[in-house]
Design a protein around this ligand. Sequence first.
Ligand code: GLU
Length: 508
Amino acid sequence: MANKVRVRFAPSPTGPLHMGGVRTALYNYLFAKKHGGDFILRIEDTDEKRFVPGAQDYIIESLKWCGIEPNEGAGYGGELGPYIQSERKDLYKPYADMLVENGSAYIAFDSPEDLELMRKQAADQGLPNWQYNNITRSSMKNSISLSKEEVEKRLASGEPYTVRMKMPRNQDIKFEDEIRGWVTVNTNNLDDKVLFKPTGMPTYHLANIVDDHLMQITHVIRGEEWLPSAPLHVLLYDAFGWERPKFAHLPLILRPDGKGKLSKRDGDKLGFPVFPLDWTTTEGETYSGYKESGYFADAFINMLSLLGWNPGNNEELFKLDEMIEKFSIERVGKSGARFDPDKTKWFNQQYLRDLSNEELGKIAEPMLSGNFETEYIANVCGLMKERATFVRDIIEDGDYFFGEITAYDDKTVRKKWKDNTPEIMQELLTDLSAIENWGTESIESVFSAFLERKELGFGQVGPGFRLLVTGKGMGPSMFEICSVLGKDKVIERMTNGISIVNEIKATA
Ligand code: GLU
């Protein structure tokens, strides 16, 4: 029987989770669920220097908001934990020792100063990219260049050391990537990476391979930026004698102009979020998040699902369970996926329209200042939702439902408020006041009868009417607006508004 699918998302808490990271988590999650497998969240915090406080909680909270729920992992528990690498610190050393013993790795005593000196000397000779590798290692201080006695002496005296991978010379490493096909890399271009640090911490490479093995990971699905590390990882599996997982390196997410990778700096600069949630740096700099910007989590996830994957047809709108059903790694592309902020808004609009008036009302209610009846708010949402991208648009564009008119649309006053408009409005007001059974239909029929009787076109009456009742030049059906606002409010606004608008017009 084939192994149960087990995949992991393994972010480093070096900052907030970028939307590219969320997409990696999402694809892992979809793949796991599609195959009845497990999705694991592992925090890779072995790089103490790059640790950012708060980042781990941010990652967990972000996945929660997105509805991407791990089966096991940091914050979720599980049998193969702990799932935070710093809490597993003590288990890595024996694995580093194992590699030294079987000759796949070696011990190096070079201090940071030694390495700096080598780099500088090489640069002075016109070689700016000095590497610790299968050629230079013989002139460095390590268990390959030094005698066995010398190495033992240094170890006995407690001299700090690192463990480095002994990258073989001129060997082609081959592995099959589920997205890119066969990848071949010659080891002559690869350096002897540090696997274990003098601080007693493993580096990312060692911890990642050991944990993927111990956590029984079957597929490594991660961003393209990790492709250059994959040959080393493949060699590490071989060096341990462990079965390699399958690899799938996801395409980059590109900036909207297609020029380069979408970075965290692009977002607020170009006017869209690149993070799921707001993030404030220790220096007090804030980056905006999708959540706080008013996006629905399912719209955000839907948009992300299509950044690199497609279902094979034109369908675009899927909730998480449909995504699971349709997802396949075969349909993930190799080339970079261009992020489109306008399309992201479009997704939000579709999800907003899909919500019932009552659901929208519940979201809008806490955003309102003042108390309004639940049914009233829902009715306003029903009227405004076709034109809204975010719930806040309903509140902003429909401000006349939740407060008095504070301004009259300038252009409408200038162009549509004619000399005879006040008189027409006054007469319309009289007709409307006579309605006993106030509602969309009765208002509409009184209005139509008014146009007919006065032999006026809609354009001579409609804009002035809208201006008096809403202050705006555009909006949903006036009959529905009036019905929701109620007779008293409409009559009051028309009565008071005529002289106010006359005044504005006179002083304009
Ligand atoms: N810790 C790595 C990161 O920050 C994980 C890479 C991988 O998935 O192997 O993305």
